[in-house]
Ligand binder design. Sequence first.
Ligand SMILES: NC(=O)c1ccc[n+]([C@@H]2O[C@H](COP(=O)([O-])OP(=O)(O)OC[C@H]3O[C@@H](n4cnc5c(N)ncnc54)[C@H](OP(=O)(O)O)[C@@H]3O)[C@@H](O)[C@H]2O)c1
Length: 265
Amino acid sequence: MSPDLDIGTLSTADAVSSAIRRLYGPGFHGTGVVHVTSVWRRDPDTQLVIRIGPDAPACAFDQLVLNWTRARADAIITTGRILRQEPELSHQLQGPGSSAQGLARWRTEVLGKTRPPISLLLTSGRDLDFAHPLFSGPGRVVILTDRRGGWNLESRASDAGVEIVALDNPTPRDAIGLLRLEFGCATISVEAGPSVSRQFYEPPTVIDELLLSVYGGEPLPPAARGQRHVTPKQIEAAFRQPYPAYSVVGDDGRSPWDFYRYVRP
Ligand SMILES: NC(=O)c1ccc[n+]([C@@H]2O[C@H](COP(=O)([O-])OP(=O)(O)OC[C@H]3O[C@@H](n4cnc5c(N)ncnc54)[C@H](OP(=O)(O)O)[C@@H]3O)[C@@H](O)[C@H]2O)c1
């Protein structure tokens, strides 16, 4: 259970590469649509997505996985609801010690990416606050919305330097198509919550890789219980058997967490 990785010391691209091999095993080939999410397994058939906030259990390794996925990404998909619930959210690389610097080096030196990822925001546009820190990061922000949202947001988005794509009836899958075809993105990280991300698993699934962090401690407080993720059975059916889980103890010093990387056959 005790980790042999010190996340705070991951200051070089090599250190990040070996940490990722330690977590997920060999054989990393990283493009496609990557869903990164943390869940609590309420029972063998039900896993609830953890709602991020003060009541959510924390684990530094879960943060490493999220930030490693951002370091790989050409684009990150998020939603208006997440911006409202996480007023501090930013897609910039973060982590303890020198790990954010190590992840940035890994992005440049291993993947050859010189620009930050695009943040794609799926929203109807209601209550959208352009003072949110997501809009002042170094990367491009693109809003995917419907026609009405486009009209309502146009002038404020233009003032904020944010691009808008307005479609008749946009779907979450349109976000993937748009990022691939119009913006040339090969690696897309899905950071949307369960109501959007579940749609990506409906056949034909568009998720190529699932990075699943499983919290196994005391039952979650109600405020941290989100909606259902797809079931363990659906995951088993859609993906190859994962490399054996990497197990650690969370930041509270006692709750177990397991980390899995599933890829499609
Ligand atoms: N544990 C984790 O790994 C993890 C990861 C991500 C999120 N979360 C949690 O998940 C929760 C949010 O998940 P959720 O399922 O409630 O919401 P969600 O799936 O993140 O977002 C739903 C929102 O997406 C936008 N949207 C969806 N379909 C759309 C469409 N066709 N056109 C335009 N906009 C569309 C709408 O935003 P508007 O309301 O702005 O119109 C809608 O309210 C949060 O509590 C967050 O903390 C946890």
